[in-house]
Ligand binder design. Structure first.
Ligand code: GRF
Length: 216
């Protein structure tokens, strides 16, 4: 059975969705850069080991990353799952775990990298928005895409309403992507694309959750 470590910075709802999915994996630790991250308590309540590597204790990014790597390596994980982990990682850290770092981003990449994705999507007037699970590379929010889910942007949508609709899809596709990884069904080609092997009925690397918006 594969071993995963989950990195969080806050609420931890994606982490919870991953735990709820009862994947055939061993979650050996949940690590946060913030001692007050709400998700830590949730993990502990489920009997999962937790660790904190507070970024504020480090003046230099590379030193924080070295401490984080040390905390991860204790568990020898097959996969490191970033679930709302809000620190930018150094190129050295990313290279160390090449092909073993997964992230979720709340937009249909490559549209809307960075922060405040829902606000930017509304401002741009896009009709379709969503989320992306991808492997991490040094170029922030540009790594090879594993799976995406799309939601319709509805007339009159607020940032909160759109974000909640996207989050529901995040909770659906992140466990899916981890399952594919753990079943050995993902391959990362040198050109930077991901293939999903042996797709079964109902599985699709574009999980399209669009519903026709009803406009009166
Ligand atoms: C999610 O929207 C994720 O895509 C983004 O940060 C948010 C984290 O939420 N990177 P949670 O901590 O998983 O609830």
């Amino acid at each position: 059975m594969k071993t995963i470590v989950i990195l969080i910075s806050g609420r931890g709802s994606n982490m919870e969705a991953i735990l709820r999915a009862r994947l055939p994996v061993r979650v050996s630790c949940v690590i946060s850069n913030d001692p007050d991250a709400k998700g830590l308590a949730t993990a502990r309540a489920q009997g999962i080991a937790t660790a904190v590597v507070p970024h504020r204790d480090f003046q230099v990014r590379a030193e924080f990353d070295a401490a984080l790597a040390a905390s991860i390596d204790v568990h020898q994980p097959d996969l490191i799952v970033l679930a709302g982990f809000m620190r930018i990682l150094t190129d050295g850290f990313i290279a160390r775990y090449h092909g073993r770092l997964m992230n979720i981003h709340p937009s249909l990449l490559p549209s809307f990298p960075g922060l405040h994705t829902h606000r930017h999507a509304l401002a741009a007037g896009v009709r379709i928005h969503g989320c992306t699970v991808h492997f991490l590379t040094p170029a922030v929010d540009r790594g090879p895409i594993i799976v995406q889910a799309a939601v319709a942007v509805l007339p009159g949508d607020s940032e909160e309403a759109l974000s909640a609709r996207v989050l529901r899809e995040e909770h659906r596709i992140y466990p899916q992507a981890i399952r594919w990884f753990c079943e050995g069904r993902l391959s990362l080609s040198p050109d930077g694309t991901v293939a999903v092997h042996g797709a079964r009925a109902g599985e699709n690397a574009l999980e399209n959750a669009l519903r026709s918006p009803v406009v009166e």
